[in-house]
Design a protein around this ligand. Structure first.
Ligand SMILES: Nc1ncnc2c1ncn2[C@@H]1O[C@H](COP(=O)(O)OP(=O)(O)OP(=O)(O)O)[C@@H](O)[C@H]1O
Length: 268
């Protein structure tokens, strides 16, 4: 097994080995091994229920019953020192409806950088996060009056406030129209290219896979493949990542027709 130190610039942002999570007696993540390179967009793709959210929660340190190795930015996942270095956006936007967009951001900025001395820093950070998600024009609108897509962008803006090294996004484009989806992917690309941010983005929309530098294709708690979109297409002879995914599913089904993820462990 590889050992990476905190200061190792070549170290992946996330390194998992034999990562297993049991939920309610079911093995939801089954001995996963993978790495997420720094400064790139890694897509975690797979059908609903395959374990994407569980893996993301393990990476940010909020998932119980994790075994195996999981290092994040050179530390064990969940280490308190990682908190300010990781931005996490869940599927349900965490936004206060009775505050405006700006007040939401001001509040979270004050939690991150408290004190009078940080006032200008907070103000600049809020303005930048608003611009990042294209909500400057809506800054003074109550969050409760926003559309679903706008609310999820407020959540993303909150995650960007701390200038995280690692941004973990759980299905960030669900429910967004094609224009907003494109704009968000352009933002993700800019974050990786201009700020060196590492992005780990889950999706079950296969066309989004084409926009990633690297893919983790997941099914039933296991990885079917870990590669670049181009390599996946080449390897399977498929014209799209979606077709490559289906090809790999069929191949896995032939190799192991009855994959049972049920374990004998007690229910938790
Ligand atoms: N508390 C629980 N007890 C038992 N099984 C659970 C529990 N929570 C989730 N699961 C199961 O774990 C599996 C993985 O769930 P997870 O939410 O990680 O999937 P997902 O790929 O993110 O799906 P989605 O895209 O629908 O959110 C699912 O099959 C789900 O039914």
């Amino acid at each position: 097994m590889m050992n990476y130190g905190d200061g190792d610039a070549d170290a992946p942002a996330v390194h998992a080995h034999d990562l297993t999570v049991v939920r309610g007696g079911r093995t939801v993540l089954d001995a996963l091994t993978c790495h997420v390179p720094r400064g790139r967009i890694t897509g975690l793709l797979g059908p609903s229920g395959c374990g994407k959210s569980t893996l993301l929660r393990a990476v940010v340190g909020t998932q119980a019953h994790v075994t195996g190795t999981l290092d994040v930015l050179g530390r064990p996942a969940g280490a308190p020192a990682l908190r300010p270095r990781i931005g996490y956006v869940t599927q349900d936007p965490s936004v206060y409806d009775d505050l405006t967009v700006r007040q939401n951001l001001d509040y979270f900025a004050a939690v991150l950088h408290p004190g009078r001395a940080a006032r200008d820093h907070r103000r600049a950070g809020v303005a930048r996060a608003l611009a990042d998600v294209d909500l400057t024009r809506h800054a003074d609108v109550l969050a409760g009056r926003l559309s679903g897509g706008q609310r999820s962008r407020v959540s993303l803006a909150v995650a960007l406030l701390g200038t995280p090294e690692l941004l973990v996004l759980d299905e960030p484009t669900v429910g967004l129209d094609p224009v907003l989806r494109r704009d968000l992917w352009n933002l993700f690309r800019a974050l990786a290219t201009d700020r060196g941010t590492t992005l780990l983005v889950s999706s079950h929309v296969m066309d989004e896979a084409e926009r990633c530098d690297r893919l983790l294709l997941m099914r039933e708690g296991r990885f079917l493949a870990e590669d670049t979109p181009q390599a996946l297409r080449d390897r399977t002879g498929a014209p799209t990542v979606e077709a490559a995914f289906l090809h790999l599913v069929d191949r896995a089904a032939t190799a192991a027709p009855h994959h049972d993820t049920t374990t004998q462990e007690p229910a938790r």
